[in-house]
Design a protein around this ligand. Structure first.
Ligand SMILES: Nc1ncnc2c1ncn2[C@@H]1O[C@H](COP(=O)(O)OP(=O)(O)OP(=O)(O)O)[C@@H](O)[C@H]1O
Ligand SMILES: [Mg+2]
Length: 220
């Protein structure tokens, strides 16, 4: 790849999985040999706390930096992180109104929207899609995609995924299903990759997600 890539995990809906996907994707990219930094843009500081839960013997495989300040500070701090690594993942606050949501879309190469297959998540994904499409119309370097998360084998999940096909943004085929391993790895301050065979299915999902993200970024 020519230069470091910036991926924003963004959704208007709280609890859609922005932080979970950020941490697993970071670990999955690190497994492939990439250096990764995470910019925690959320005042809740979940990504930072997640990484701080790691033991000193097994640190989280990406640098996590809490980013505050205004849009200019965001740009400068993300630029500095980008000097140090191949990927910067931006874990956004759960609000379109937060200035760092727009700031993240002004910097990102890819905006990924985790969407839990439920009607309220779908409605707020519509609003986020409009937001991303409007930024894409003024920034040709930005692309966007929807990522189904917490998918279950239920009729509701199936019909919501069906509706998502009508969105303008592409839906990533490599969805993450509902699995305890994703939540448990937060307790360890790590990722599903350090959980051994019991988390093999989750590891395979994250590996497919990494491949899909690299594909969207034009990485061959
Ligand atoms: N695929 C999954 N399987 C099981 N649990 C999940 C999955 N994705 C997320 N969760 C759980 O859902 C909750 C919300 O996830 P997370 O904190 O990643 O969402 P978020 O979008 O970052 O939330 P916020 O908007 O508050 O920042 C957490 O308890 C997390 O462990
Ligand atoms: Mg979060």
């Amino acid at each position: 790849m020519k230069r470091r890539k910036l991926v924003a995990l963004i959704s208007q809906k709280g609890g859609a999985g922005k932080t979970t996907v950020t941490m697993q994707l970071a670990a999955g990219l690190a497994e492939r040999g990439f250096s990764v930094a995470i910019a925690d843009l959320d005042p809740q500081e979940s990504a930072l706390r997640w990484s701080e839960s790691a033991s000193p013997e097994k640190p989280f495989p990406a640098l996590v930096a809490r980013i505050g300040g205004d849009a200019e500070a965001l740009r400068a701090q993300v630029k500095t992180l980008g000097h140090k690594c191949d990927f910067v993942l931006l874990d956004c606050p759960p609000s379109i109104e937060h200035p760092h949501s727009e700031g993240a879309l002004d910097l990102a190469d890819l905006a990924l929207v985790p969407v839990v297959p439920s009607p309220p998540d779908l409605w707020s994904a519509r609003a986020m899609e409009r937001f991303i499409l409007s930024r894409m119309s003024v920034r040709k370097g930005l692309t966007g995609a929807l990522l189904p998360n917490r998918v279950q084998r239920t009729a509701l999940s199936g019909s919501v995924l069906e509706v998502m096909r009508d969105f303008s943004l592409p839906v990533i085929g490599a969805a993450l299903t509902q699995r305890n391993a994703y939540a448990q790895s937060a307790v360890l301050g790590g990722s599903v990759f350090q959980m051994g065979k019991s988390a093999q299915a989750a590891q395979e999902e994250v590996e497919r997600l990494v491949s899909a993200v690299l594909g969207l970024l034009g990485h061959r």
